[in-house]
Every structure is written in structure tokens, then in C-alpha cells.
Write a protein that binds this ligand. Structure first.
Ligand code: CA
Length: 221
């Protein structure tokens, strides 16, 4: 799931980004409100962690603008002030949830999982094809009823493939969806993750690959 983290305190941003990547989110970081808006316009962000007190453009203004544009992403707003009035103001601006600083990292993760569940990927929380089934809320995967132990990146690849509902996904798209990278030199990591994912999925291999198309998991083969 693609997540944009907007936080001007660099140390906090770096630490959070590392942690969220380990959880399997494809994380991009912006350090000011204007950059956040341009990234949101350029990429398919599903979740945003938005600090309220930001340079250039405030978190409130970012939130309001995104909602005026009808952007469907879920927004979790962070604020230093934890009063009820602030909470209401944040929600009125269109934030989906609110967390006051300082916060416990586990609480942030729990809130994000709840928002991801509400986002529901627009398609429910269980995706299935070729006997492979994932629960996008629990981030759990199974093959023919047997649980799979996947790394966050392997899970991310599998979720992207199943979300495509039988459609092809290019290696570059997977790189963007799962690693939040666009540099084509990163294609090697996609190939490696698909390789280990295939090994864990077992036989028959449910992942089709074709030059010029990429990868897919389709019941119609
Ligand atoms: Ca700040």
C-alpha cells in the first residue's frame, strides 16, 4: 500500500519511514506541504500521514486542498496539540483520523491498519486467484488453505498482483507500488522478490510472466 509521510522533522521522518517500510508499506517522504501536494497529484497514494505544523503550506491547507480535489486517500493527521478543539478542527478539514504527538509507534501502526481497512482497496479485504488468497487487513496470505510466511515485500508483490484481478503488471509498476521507487535499476529487486515469492507459493506456479507485459495471477490461463 502506497503511503506518503509528510513530516518536516527529518529525524522523525526518517525513523518512521524506515519502520513503516519494514511493515510493508511503500513509503515516500515529503518535508513540506507543497511537496506533499505535488507528490499526491503525481502518484497513486492510498494513505497519508500528515504533520499539521509544516513549512511552506500547513497540514490543514494540504488536507483541505486534497479534499477539494476529491482525492480519495485516507489521511492521518499528526499534531503537537492534543486538545479536543484541535481534533475537531482536523477532522472538519477532512482528515480521517488524528494522532497527537508524542505518540506510541504501535498506536500509529494500529491507526494506519484501521484506515487501510476503511480504504478497503476499493475492492473488499480478501483477494483470491489460483488458490492463492490474501487478507489485506491482516496482511495474511495462504495457498490452498495453507498459510504462507512472506516478507513484507513478497506480500506487497502478491497484493499488487491479486489487486490487478488477472491483469498484467509491469516490473516498473511493482517497483512503484511496493518499493515506492521509479529508478529502473531497481528492477532486480522485483525479480528477486518474485523469485522467492514463487518458491513459497509452490506448485503449480500461479504467476505468469511475459516479456513486455510483466506479471499476473489469473484464473483464466
Ligand atoms: Ca512539524
Amino acid at each position: 500500500m502506497r503511503l506518503l509521510l509528510v513530516e518536516d522533522e527529518r529525524e522523525l521522518a526518517d525513523g518512521l519511514a524506515d519502520g513503516l517500510r519494514r511493515e510493508g508499506y511503500a513509503v515516500e517522504v515529503a518535508h513540506d506541504g507543497a511537496t506533499a501536494l505535488s507528490r499526491a497529484a503525481a502518484t497513486d497514494i492510498e494513505l497519508m500521514v500528515l504533520d499539521r505544523d509544516l513549512p511552506v503550506l500547513s497540514g490543514d491547507a494540504v488536507c483541505r486542498t486534497l479534499r477539494e480535489q476529491g482525492h480519495p486517500m485516507r489521511i492521518l493527521m499528526l499534531t503537537a496539540a492534543g486538545t479536543l478543539d484541535d481534533r475537531v478542527a482536523g477532522l472538519d478539514l477532512g482528515a480521517d483520523d488524528y494522532l497527537s504527538k508524542p505518540f506510541a509507534y504501535v498506536e500509529l501502526l494500529a491507526r494506519l491498519r484501521a484506515l487501510a481497512r476503511r480504504a478497503g482497496h476499493g475492492s473488499g479485504t480478501v483477494l483470491e486467484a489460483c488458490g492463492v488468497r490474501i487478507d489485506t487487513v491482516r496482511r495474511a496470505a495462504e495457498r490452498d488453505g495453507l498459510p504462507l510466511r512472506l516478507t513484507p515485500k513478497e506480500y506487497g508483490v502478491l497484493e499488487s498482483l491479486l489487486s490487478a484481478r488477472g491483469g498484467w503488471i509491469s516490473a516498473d509498476d511493482l517497483l512503484g507500488d511496493v518499493w515506492a521507487e521509479t529508478d529502473e535499476r531497481g528492477r532486480g529487486v522485483v525479480k528477486a522478490a518474485v523469485h522467492t515469492l514463487r518458491r513459497k507459493l509452490g506448485h503449480p506456479d500461479p504467476i505468469d510472466s511475459a516479456p513486455g507485459h510483466g506479471y499476473r495471477i489469473s484464473d483464466l490461463r
